[in-house]
Design a protein around this ligand. Structure first.
Ligand code: 3H9
Length: 693
């Protein structure tokens, strides 16, 4: 049982005790139910206080348990709340730190709620593809009003307890010792005698509920593409206007429906994948980390600027080093402009801007960065440039400083060899724009020290990044996989598709952007460089030549107004290009092929399964330590739809047998030798298991 029971001066205290956040797992629920029975049976107990040990009242239902039968096993949360509401002895929730999801629902089921300022309050189930399933959609509108409840439940956003101070959610704010105050409150309530108030007995008031909810429903339905939960949340809240028992039944039905939906499975997977990524098998959780108080960034290009801003935004001072003063001046001006634009949108004050810019210094001399705790090289992608930078860093940096490279393509082990301290060298692959993109691939070299890895993972969280560890290989996790995806996209052009069809199909699947629009944004000249290098290193590597033909005509992408699409100066939309489409059709003829009609289903399968298959190789080679890391890379860096959980989770949903069969089928077609079923994928099919088991 993960709840404690004690009696103090005729008040029973039931404390949830399930670290780290007192999630309402089966054993915790049993503990609460057991505590209630003891308290009700004990004639010496006059009142009950419910609270949480450690740093949370409760973070809600136990997310990992949701995929198991235990989630629905009695006593379920609703049963516990029924017992509390029926209790003749007053039950007071002493709510502190975090009261989320089922935790807040539990508090709402108590007769009274005492809290302190600074408590984080939310019904965030929607972020997990769920809705509050233990009365939250029925009770919250009764205490905070319909509109506030809609805002909280549909967005899942967190509010501070003091923001809700004027509502019926909290009966009392403790100024000092919460438990002491709750005990006193409980004794007073017992002295006042039954009946004790239940939120379920209140009514929801709104002047124009029907019209308001109709408007909200339409707005939510229009924006919740791929996500069934937000609309279900609105419907369940609308049911709070009906008699309580009917509303609660409608909520329960919708909750059970969502619990078994693939979207909720995917979103729960994404939540857990994010937490799992920071756990590295051979790096103990208690590894001592290095203190990173000052950062140096080598290179004042777009990437160097974005990386610098990531640290400045988190309050960490940065020194930016370049070879030319005017490059530094330009970058500082660009950073200031960026902050001023953000300020115009009301997201930053002038004071914030000055504080951030004030933490940025620039220099032309390595001598000025020698005391930094971390140096991140963001120089030109060329090994000889890296060599020069790392030799310098090795010479000047203080002992114990971490030396990181932002390389996206080069061998981090080789870079480490340019120094006499390869243990301090690590890859930090930011994605562009680095101050916006969440993903950070942390590249672990053969020699990288464990405490360096642990430090960088902790630091990543501090600057708001989603960090995933990757081993050293060409392209690391993300770009290595995207190459296979882009390759299939190119072959589809040779066979009969056009860029807009490919993009439309994969965007309909849920990707933020199709491959051709994406390449146009990144620059076709950049991918040409990668292909050139590939041609030298792996002459047998095949790809559609259409991309090279495109480059021959100077269509390098959005930056020159022409790529796979045409672009106009006055907007950012991509317009299909007749010239490009003619070129693609001519190329098919040159290949001696007959163009065929390709279904959207084939496009999606070939692109997504190319990711899955390469992902399987990456896990097998140990480049990623778990499949969920790959999902995280794709969710946070490549616009893979979150409600599908990432490529590996999606493959698990489709069934690995089906994925392998499809790859085999496509491998018999045009350029089929580009892929064959990855051994790990086949092993999992044979064993009847899944990537994310
Ligand atoms: C629900 O309640 C359904 C009900 O309506 C109906 C029921 C019938 N379960 O984020 P952190 C773990 S649905 C299990 O790094 P922070 C997390 O995995 C639930 N574990 O810390 C991590 O573990 P580890 C609705 C949970 O301080 C550790 O706690 N509730 C849960 O940045 C620390 O997490 C939510 O959606 C959980 N519910 O933030 C709340 N929550 O150390 C989701 C956390 O092994 N949780 N863990 O890696 C959060 O938003 C944040 O975790 C929280 C703390 C704000 C609580």
């Amino acid at each position: 049982m993960t709840a404690q029971y004690q009696v103090q001066d005729s008040v029973a205290i039931i404390s949830l005790d399930n670290p780290p956040v007192n999630a309402l797992s089966h054993s915790t629920r049993v503990g609460i139910a057991d505590g209630m029975v003891r308290a009700l049976d004990d004639a010496g107990v006059r009142a009950i206080v419910l609270t949480g040990t450690g740093n949370a009242f409760s973070g809600g239902g136990d997310i990992p348990e949701f995929g198991t039968p235990k989630a629905l096993q009695e006593p379920n949360l609703q049963t516990i709340i029924d017992t509390i509401e029926a209790s003749p002895k007053p039950v007071v929730a002493a709510v502190h730190s975090v009261a989320m999801g089922g935790g807040l629902e539990l508090a709402l089921g108590c007769h009274y709620r005492v809290t302190v300022k600074g408590t984080r309050v939310a019904l965030p189930e929607v972020n997990l593809g769920l809705l509050p399933g233990a009365g939250g959609t029925q009770r919250l509108p009764r205490v905070v009003g319909l509109e506030t409840a809609v805002n909280m439940i549909v967005s899942g956003k967190t509010m501070m307890s003091e923001e809700l101070a004027g509502t019926k959610l909290f009966d009392c704010f403790a100024m000092d010792e919460l438990l002491w105050k709750a005990l006193k409150f409980a004794r007073d309530a017992a002295a006042a005698g039954a009946p004790h108030p239940c939120v379920r007995d209140l009514n929801v008031h709104h002047e124009n509920a029907e019209a308001y909810l109709g408007f909200v429903r339409n707005t939510v339905a229009a924006s919740a593409r791929g996500y069934p939960a937000p609309v279900k949340c609105v419907d369940a809240i609308a049911a709070s206007l009906k008699p309580f028992d009917q509303g609660i039944k409608e909520e329960r039905d919708a909750f059970l429906y969502l619990l078994t939906s693939p979207e909720s499975r995917a979103l729960r997977h994404a939540f857990l994948a994010e937490r799992a990524a920071s756990k590295i098998a051979d790096v103990p959780v208690d590894t001592l980390t290095r203190n990173i108080a000052k950062v140096a960034v080598i290179g004042a290009g777009t990437m160097g600027g974005g990386i610098s801003m990531s640290f400045l935004n988190a309050g960490i001072p940065v020194t930016m080093l370049e070879m030319k003063a005017d490059a530094l001046e330009r970058r500082v001006a660009a950073i200031r402009r960026h902050y001023e634009n953000t300020s115009k949108k009301g997201k930053l004050t002038q004071e914030d801007i000055e504080a951030r810019i004030g933490m940025l210094t620039t220099t032309l001399s390595y001598d000025d960065i020698k005391n930094a705790d971390l140096a991140i090289e963001a120089a030109f992608e060329d090994m000889s440039v890296k060599q020069a930078v790392f030799r310098q860093l090795d010479k000047v940096m203080k002992p114990g400083a971490i030396l990181a490279s932002n390389t996206s393509t080069l061998d981090v082990n080789k870079i480490a060899e340019f120094t006499t301290r390869p243990k301090d060298v690590v890859g930090m692959h930011f994605f562009s724009p680095a101050n916006v993109m969440k993903l950070l691939e942390v590249v672990r070299g053969e020699e990288t020290a464990k405490d360096v890895l642990a430090t960088v993972m902790r630091l990543a969280k501090k600057i708001g990044k989603v960090a995933v560890v990757s081993g050293v290989c060409d392209g690391f996790i993300g770009n290595r996989m995207i190459e296979q995806y882009s390759r299939q996209a190119g072959f589809l052009l040779d066979e009969g598709a056009l860029p807009e069809q490919v993009d439309r199909a994969i965007e309909k699947f849920g990707f933020a952007m199709g491959p051709f629009r994406m390449i146009d944004m990144a620059g076709n000249d950049i991918s040409r460089e990668i292909r050139k290098r590939r041609a030298v290193e792996q002459p047998a590597f095949t790809y559609s030549k259409t991309a090279d033909l495109l480059c021959e005509t100077g269509r390098f992408g959005q930056k020159v107004g022409a790529g796979w699409y045409d672009y106009r100066e006055d907007d950012r939309r991509a317009y299909p290009s007749q010239q490009v489409n003619d070129m693609i059709i001519r190329h098919t003829e040159d290949l001696g092929l007959t163009r065929r009609k390709i279904s959207d289903e084939e496009i999606v399968e070939r692109l997504v399964y190319a990711l899955v298959n390469e992902g399987a190789l990456i896990v097998e080679e140990g480049i990623a330590s778990k499949a969920s890391d790959i999902d995280l890379v794709y969710l946070s860096g490549y616009g893979f739809p979150r409600w599908r959980g990432g490529p590996m989770q999606y493959a698990d949903e489709v069934g690995l047998y089906n994925v392998a069969q499809a790859i085999r089928r496509y491998a018999k077609g045009y350029q089929g030798k580009a892929w064959q079923v990855a051994p790990l994928l086949q092993q999992l099919v044979d064993a009847g298991t899944r990537f994310n088991d």
